[in-house]
Design a protein around this ligand. Structure first.
Ligand SMILES: Cc1cc2nc3c(=O)[nH]c(=O)nc-3n(C[C@H](O)[C@H](O)[C@H](O)COP(=O)(O)O)c2cc1C
Length: 220
């Protein structure tokens, strides 16, 4: 929904132009040998929820699976995702439908799967700072009970390795900055998380970020 994306008529802005969607999907499906999937919102604003129309076009054009975020473009990330339109889309087409939006817990995952009848779910922000969410949901769906929270050693190892990988991938300058927001998500609800983050956000060096994190987890 971002302005810089939509002003180029990309992203969810495209939902206003179903004929163009059809052109693009047909061209892409014809051009490649791999299965093509699509992700949409439910429409471009609450008065123009044409998600079903777009879903039917997608199916007709040979799209192999459709992910739907339960918000319109105009909704940005405000309010709560709604699953009625996703359910209606699932009923309207036969290709697999992947439900998306505000799934942040195993209970919510089970609810969305049941309510929408979707074939799968997609998780975005719920995985930020909690990459265990996929395993937690899988376990809950299979056994009806919660997986134990990951032991502190595992959390520490995951955070440190993640931050090291960010440094390596983005280089020190960018990596250090990107690491701040991930560490914020990881430590959101940990003891002294806020104080730690304030200090952590002032660090400019990769090595010092790692040392500080290791020290923090040891203190826990
Ligand atoms: C930082 C960020 C970047 C995103 N980039 C894209 C993108 O490039 N394409 C897309 O279809 N959706 C993108 N999304 C939207 C997500 O895929 C997803 O539809 C949305 O966050 C709702 O799911 P969630 O509540 O599980 O996060 C992005 C979301 C976030 C938070």
């Amino acid at each position: 929904p971002a302005k810089k994306v939509n002003k180029k008529l990309a992203g969810s802005a495209l939902m206003q132009h179903p004929e163009l969607v059809e052109h693009i999907l047909t061209a892409v499906v014809e051009a490649v040998d791999v299965p093509v999937t699509l992700k949409t919102r439910t429409g471009w604003n609450p008065n123009h929820k044409n998600g079903i129309e777009i879903a039917r076009i997608a199916e007709r054009c040979g799209i192999q699976a459709l992910a739907v975020h339960g918000r319109t473009r105009a909704c940005m990330y405000k309010g709560e995702a709604e699953y009625n339109t996703i359910r209606a889309i699932k009923e309207a087409i036969s290709i697999p439908v992947i439900a998306n939006g505000d799934i942040t817990s195993p209970e919510q995952a089970a609810h969305v799967l049941k309510y929408t009848g979707a074939d799968a779910i997609m998780i975005g922000r719920g995985a930020q700072g909690n990459p265990w969410i996929f395993k937690q949901i899988q376990h809950f769906l299979e056994h009806g009970e919660h997986l134990q929270v990951p032991p502190l050693e595992e959390v520490a190892h995951t955070v440190v390795e993640h931050v090291k990988a960010l440094h390596q991938f983005y280089g020190e300058y960018k990596g250090v900055r990107i690491a701040r927001k991930h560490v914020g998500w990881y430590l959101n609800e940990r003891p002294n998380g806020r104080e730690f983050r304030q200090a952590f956000n002032g660090i400019e060096e990769a090595e010092q970020q790692i040392n500080t994190l290791e020290h923090y987890f040891l203190s826990l």
